[in-house]
Design a protein around this ligand. Structure first.
Ligand code: 13P
Length: 250
């Protein structure tokens, strides 16, 4: 498999300036990695993160962006602003934003489009709840979530990163089995292939949901899992580094 894997730390609403300095120093000290590595940090920490990481091959990004370019949108941050701070990535459609902020598929799609228009790589999250899985709706849910974005960004779909994050596995300690995750990743890859043909083979589909140092390698060994989107375990340098080291050799 030729795709280089990618591990992204999603810090969520965690961190402080001293804690971040320690964490990023731990990550920088552990280089080189044989995968791509990035951290998606809270907005106020972007400036300092950019200073700390610039000149290294560790990239950074944000956890959300506005669908709008500019205007009277109190509290929102545009993709253009993120670009100014050197962001490479922005997470869109995380299940916490879908659930807690009522973000629907159409808005997530518009955010992905706004990110792409500013040269950022959106990390588009999809995933089913436990009730949806138990009702046999996993495939329908993730396909609907991805289809909304693919239709909106059209020919740019090949530039995205997709993250499959089953909601029931996030922060719960319940990880999808490698087989469960691979099955969903394979169908997402098939959907991407229908949209962007062979470019789908170069696209990264990350798995997220209770990835830890002890389960990362078996997940990353699956043919359609191209790395991870890491929550809790991204907050401790030793754990995050161990997960990066569990990726496949390119
Ligand atoms: P955890 O790794 O804490 O389960 O979080 C996963 C996640 O939501 C990453 O975006």
């Amino acid at each position: 498999m030729s795709r280089r894997q990618l591990v992204v730390g999603n810090w969520k609403m965690h961190g402080s300036r001293p804690a971040n300095a320690l964490l990023l120093d731990g990550v920088l000290q552990a280089r080189p990695f044989h995968c791509d590595v990035a951290v998606c940090v809270p907005f106020p920490f972007l400036s300092e993160t950019a200073v700390t990481l610039s000149g290294s091959d560790v990239r950074w990004g944000a956890q959300d962006c506005s669908a709008h370019d500019q205007g009277a949108y109190t509290g929102e941050v545009s993709a253009a602003m993120l670009h100014e701070f050197g962001c490479r990535y922005v997470i869109v459609g995380h299940s916490e934003r879908r659930a807690l902020h009522g973000e629907a598929d159409a808005l997530v799609a518009d955010k992905a489009k706004a990110a792409l228009a500013r040269g950022l790589t959106p990390i588009v999250c999809v995933g089913e709840t436990l009730a949806q899985r138990e009702a046999g709706e996993t495939e329908a849910v993730v396909k609907r979530q991805l289809a909304a974005v693919v239709q909106t960004v059209a020919h740019c779909a090949g530039e995205m990163v997709v993250a499959y994050e089953p909601v029931w596995a996030i922060g719960t300690g319940l990880t999808a089995t490698p087989e469960q995750a691979q099955a969903v990743h394979a169908l997402l890859r098939g959907q991407l292939r229908a949209a962007v043909a062979d470019r789908a083979d170069d696209m990264k589909i990350l798995y997220g949901g209770s990835v830890k140092p002890d389960n990362a390698a078996t997940l990353f060994a699956q043919p359609d899992i191209d790395g991870g989107l890491i929550g809790g375990a991204a907050l401790k340098a030793a754990d995050f580094v161990a997960i990066c080291r569990a990726t496949r050799q390119p």
